[in-house]
Design a binder for this molecule. Structure first.
Ligand code: SF4
Length: 208
């Protein structure tokens, strides 16, 4: 066989493939030990530094402040984990709005602008809305007249992973742009985990 060193038996093709496969598996297993979930997450990028050390960079950190650019390894649990080969649609996000009063805004601020507070016992659903105009109407015309809202209305904007909304039909209350989701109170924590980025205040209205 041309090119094979003199004095050594040329390996059979199957043996060569088997050997390569073993090396790949060893590398992958080694990556799993060192990086945990990042080893086969499609959001991770494996990098080699100038000094030859290997590290993993999380691409989700560009979209969502909850993810570190260089995660502390090994990562054992992660809400952003998506195994290599799963469809990209898992990352699509939807922009939603929510009108709130002073008290709810304070609790959202306490969460670092990352989560909506748990519902009260008499509030069975959380109602994010699809259109800014609808949220504005509620904040301006209802929250500013409501004592429990502190006579102030805020319009909040946030983004959530599309896949997390699949279980909830869009409800229309009145006119066609009065569209909203009804998220059961018991599922709000899970809903919060799917918020991408920070919740932001886009408008503020004060009662007379
Ligand atoms: S999303 Fe999680 S598992 Fe995936 S690369 Fe980022 S930190 Fe690692």
């Amino acid at each position: 066989m041309p090119g094979w060193p003199r004095g050594m038996d040329a390996p059979q093709v199957g043996a060569v493939i088997g050997c390569y496969s073993a090396i790949v598996n060893v590398d992958r297993e080694d990556d799993r030990q060192r990086a945990g979930l990042c080893a086969d997450c499609r959001h991770s990028r494996k990098r080699l530094s100038d000094r030859g050390s290997v590290f993993w960079c999380c691409e989700l950190s560009k979209l969502d402040v909850r993810f570190a650019k260089y995660p502390r390894l090994p990562v054992r649990t992660c809400i952003g984990y998506a195994r290599e080969g799963t469809p990209e649609i898992a990352d699509e996000v939807v922009e939603l709005y929510r009108p709130v009063g002073e008290r709810e805004l304070a609790l959202i601020r306490e969460s670092g602008w990352r989560a909506f507070p748990a519902r009260l016992p008499h509030q069975p659903f959380f109602y994010p809305v699809l259109h800014k105009e609808y949220a504005t109407q509620i904040a301006r015309d209802w929250n500013t007249k409501d004592e429990a809202s502190g006579f102030v209305g805020y319009v909040l904007r946030f983004r959530v992973r599309q896949t997390s909304l699949k279980a909830y039909p869009i409800r229309t209350a009145g006119s066609s742009n009065h569209q909203e989701y009804w998220i059961p109170a018991a599922e709000l924590e899970k809903f919060n985990e799917n918020i991408v980025g920070l919740i932001e205040v886009v408008s503020e209205f004060r009662g007379a």
